[in-house]
Design a protein around this ligand. Structure first.
Ligand code: AMP
Ligand code: DBH
Length: 542
């Protein structure tokens, strides 16, 4: 049985095929085409896997899962960090047509339950090293809430016979890959979201594979590429822009890092002669600080390209990258929903430092809308509207939200406020969606508000962004409460509900009432002004 999702209209699908964008080839082709290669594909700590190893190990895992009854049309909830198994599990599942949601390692009970609720997984793969899975309590809860769950395999399991590792050890037997057809859902990508529940994005083999191939072309990844994956491996950016999948397509090597700190990354760059990596802006700031304090440029000598995306990169910071890190900068403005913009490797400084790139595909249709949905000329700021060969046509099982997020012609409104330059580059100027971008980590305001409202003393709440020098934006919760309540209590309340740590408000402001707009909605613009004024006003006497 195939997964129901919003498909591209036939005439678009026909065009994307005719142009050679959609090849009707599954994503498993990325490793299949190199299955006889002994070239180094993945480095994870002391572990090194060749392309041949990846193919063999994913065959084994796929066969073991198939023997346990998993088959095309099933879905899986996967939560793994930056470890080799992340890619092994992904390809093994693709080989048997099981579509995963790859949750971030920072996700907790609330997020995992929300994903499971939507996809009704038959399989759970997670890590005993995650706080949620040190014992079996949460697995029991998942099984109870989601009766679809039949098979559980844990990384680092103490009982070897029930663990994920064991599945790689079973005799492979006879195995032929059976991916889903290329125009069906390959896996679900996560949206940063702006609504109460985290949204899922169905990605097909055809559209995702195309986005990877174009990315590889634009970023010139090849066999000499040594890519450091320092952001969460499951995130769309380090997975596909061109990310690890782009590296595999090009035949290079991926080196996994636990986090993007200079402490962790600089030695790995030196040791593995890393040529390219992708960061979010706050990590760039940390790298520049580290370089000033104890950095030895020699450590970064092999680094040719630094991609920066996920949140807006300021011009000053941008210009410091080539000057102080000694490598080229590429700005990346992408979204798990599809559209990816890159500055090009041969762009001049002006484009490189002041724009967020231009769409990677000639068939990305991008325009800027005013408040009434009319197109605006270059130079004017408005809503980004887009559709194209790898931009989705609807969130999974979300008809109401989709009715708002798309216009009648199938253009997706990302909620970003942008300006187009006369030569087709984008400058991100703000955001209209109810989201906080905490240094690349997206927080849907409504999701956190709903969780706070579950506290008996919270009467009303609005979560807004506040400017932060270091990470761009942090979150501030304006709360109306029935009695005095300390921030620490509210943070504990959120942790008890099991929400990712990065979603906890950085600051709480107690108010008697929330300001309203003339139509009676909470006036978040006013709240943002209030918080920015209070954080930037010098104290009396200064
Ligand atoms: P998501 O929906 O979680 O995949 O997040 C995508 C969103 O991240 C975009 O819609 C933008 O709001 C933001 N974003 C990604 N890259 C950039 C960038 N280079 N500059 C500014 N915002 C970005
Ligand atoms: O922020 C993102 O989601 C993002 C950033 C850069 C992304 O999905 C991408 C590139 O593909």
């Amino acid at each position: 049985m195939s997964i129901t999702f919003n498909r591209w209209p036939d005439e678009f699908a026909a065009r994307y095929r005719a142009k050679g964008y959609w090849l009707d080839v599954p994503l498993t082709d990325i490793i299949d085409r190199r299955k006889d290669s002994d070239a180094l594909a993945v480095v994870c700590g002391d572990r090194r896997l060749s392309y041949r190893d990846i193919d063999r190990l994913t065959d084994r895992l796929a066969a073991a899962l198939a023997r346990r009854g998993l088959a095309a049309g099933d879905t899986a909830l996967v939560q793994l960090g930056n470890v080799a198994e992340f890619y092994l599990v992904l390809f093994a599942l693709l080989k048997i047509g099981v579509a995963p949601v790859n949750a971030l390692f920072s996700h907790q009970r609330s997020e995992l339950n929300a994903y499971a609720e939507q996809i009704k997984p038959a399989l759970l793969i997670a890590d005993r090293h995650h706080a949620l899975f040190t014992d079996d309590a949460f697995i029991g809860e998942l099984r109870q809430l989601h009766p679809s769950l039949r098979v559980v395999a844990m990384r680092n399991d103490a009982a070897p016979e029930s663990g994920l590792a064991h599945l790689f050890d079973e005799a492979p037997g006879y195995f032929i890959a059976t991916p889903t057809p290329a125009d069906e859902v390959a896996f679900f990508q996560l949206s940063g979201g702006s609504t109460g529940t985290p949204k899922l994005i169905p990605r097909t083999h055809n559209d995702y594979y195309y986005s990877i191939r174009v990315s590889v072309e634009v970023c010139r990844f090849d066999r000499d590429t040594r890519y450091l994956c320092a952001l969460p491996a499951a995130h769309n950016y380090p997975l596909s822009s061109p990310g690890a999948l782009g590296v595999f397509y090009g035949g290079g090597s991926v080196v996994l890092a636990n986090d993007p700190s200079a402490n962790v990354c600089f030695p790995l760059i030196a040791q593995h002669k890393i040529t390219v990596t992708g960061l979010v802006p706050p990590a760039v700031t940390l790298w520049l600080q580290a370089m000033e304090q104890w950095g030895d440029r020699g450590q970064l000598a092999s680094l040719r390209l630094l991609q920066v995306g996920g949140a807006k990169l300021g011009e000053t910071l941008a210009a410091r990258i080539p000057a102080e890190l000694g490598c080229r900068l590429q700005q990346v403005f992408g979204m798990a929903e599809g559209l990816v913009n890159y500055t090009r490797l041969d762009d001049d400084d002006e484009h490189m430092f002041t724009t967020q790139g231009r769409p990677m595909s000639p068939d990305d249709e991008v325009w800027v809308a005013d408040g009434q949905g009319n197109p605006l000329p270059p130079g004017q700021v408005g809503r980004l509207m887009t559709r194209g060969p790898y931009t989705f046509r609807g969130y999974y099982q979300s008809p109401e939200h989709n009715a708002e997020a798309f216009d009648a012609d199938g253009f997706y409104c990302s909620g970003d406020l942008v300006e187009l330059t006369p030569d087709g580059y984008l400058k991100v100027q703000g955001r209209e969606k109810d989201q906080i971008n905490r240094g690349g980590e997206k927080i849907a305001a409504e999701e956190v508000e709903n969780l706070l409202l579950r506290h008996p003393h919270v009467v009303n709440v609005a979560l807004v962004s506040m400017a932060d020098e270091m990470i761009g934006e942090k979150s501030c919760a304006y709360i109306v409460t029935s009695q005095d309540i300390k921030p620490v209590v509210l943070r504990r309340h959120l942790r008890q509900l099991g929400v990712a740590e990065f979603k906890l408000p950085d600051r709480f402001e107690r108010v008697d009432e929330l300001p309203l707009t003339p139509v009676g909605k909470v006036d978040k613009k006013r709240l943002r002004q209030l918080i920015d004024a209070s954080t930037t006003t010098p104290a009396a006497g200064e």
